[in-house]
Ligand binder design. Structure first.
Ligand code: GTP
Ligand code: MG
Length: 261
């Protein structure tokens, strides 16, 4: 366990998302610095790997920085299980970051989705509900605590994976469909608050706005509303599996991550 203290101090990137999105495939591909990921199985526990990028953030994921003798920035990638029953621990990592805001090294969240599964019935709804919980946790984190020092901003990358499949939805469509679904979830959850049997007078309006994702009272939800809480959201397509030319690969995601650590 002697290495565990290093986990606390290195900057970290949290990878979350629905089951089967390709999170473990991505992490094993980055860890091996190889074009092909390892064979993966449904994750039941969090898996942490240590990666490195050169100091100016320009090295490729496939570069062997040890061999080149370059000065490297080390960071951790935290691969979490997507199963619904195991999400509590992942969400707790985002929330607990708030209680120790000053010493947390969480730098960014990559929310990975299967772009082909999103085209199927219920795919968007399934991907959006977990994303809603994550964005709300990050939003609360920004508002939490009474210290005047705001916690560091945590950007979110929606990694639209499996772009190699012809059934994959394009990133622009994934963005608008997720926004629409997040808006629907927001509306239904706020109605839940109002109809929960508490009298209107009992509802603490500050409390209600705490549970509201994005700009309070706005009709439609847009990712841009998260900027108010210092949370930038990008949606970028890619693919972990599939050879050259079958899709955009992982380079844009790697660049995004390298810029945040
Ligand atoms: P959980 O651990 O259950 O949360 O899932 P996960 O997100 O870790 O998924 P995993 O990495 O195990 O990948 C699930 C399946 O998707 C595997 O069979 C991968 O080979 C496949 N897969 C991952 N990335 C891609 C991709 O870019 N394209 C295609 N076609 N398949 C992919
Ligand atoms: Mg996994």
């Amino acid at each position: 366990l002697s290495g565990s203290t290093a986990y606390i101090t290195l900057p970290s990137i949290l990878i979350a998302g629905p089951p089967g999105a390709g999170k473990t495939a991505l992490v094993t591909r980055l860890e091996r610095r190889a074009p092909k990921p390892a064979t993966t199985y449904t994750s039941q526990t969090t898996n942490i790997v240590e990666l490195a990028v050169n100091e100016d953030g320009t090295s490729k994921y496939s570069d062997d920085l040890d061999a080149s003798g370059a000065v490297a920035k080390k960071f951790l990638v935290v691969d979490t299980p997507g199963h619904g029953k195991l999400r509590g621990a992942t969400l707790a990592k985002l929330t607990s970051a708030s209680s120790t805001a000053s010493d947390t090294k969480l730098r960014a969240v990559v929310y990975m989705v299967d772009s082909a599964a999103l085209a199927e019935d219920g795919g968007i709804a399934a991907a959006a509900s977990y994303l809603y919980d994550i964005l709300l946790a990050l939003q609360k984190r920004m508002g939490a605590g009474n210290s005047s020092k705001a916690p560091p901003a945590i950007p979110v990358l929606v990694a639209a994976n499996k772009a190699d499949l012809f059934t994959a939805l394009p990133a622009a469509l994934i963005k608008t469909q997720l926004e629409a679904e997040l808006g629907r979830i927001r509306t239904s959850r706020s109605k839940g608050l109002l109809s929960s049997g508490v009298g209107a007078d009992d509802i603490d309006s500050a409390n209600e706005s705490d549970e509201w994702l994005g700009e309070y009272g706005s009709k439609a939800f847009h990712f841009a509303q998260m900027r108010e809480f210092d949370i930038e959201v990008d949606v970028v397509a890619g693919n972990v599996v599939g050879g050259d030319g079958s899709g955009p690969g992982v380079d844009k995601w790697w660049k995004w991550i390298a810029d945040k650590v």
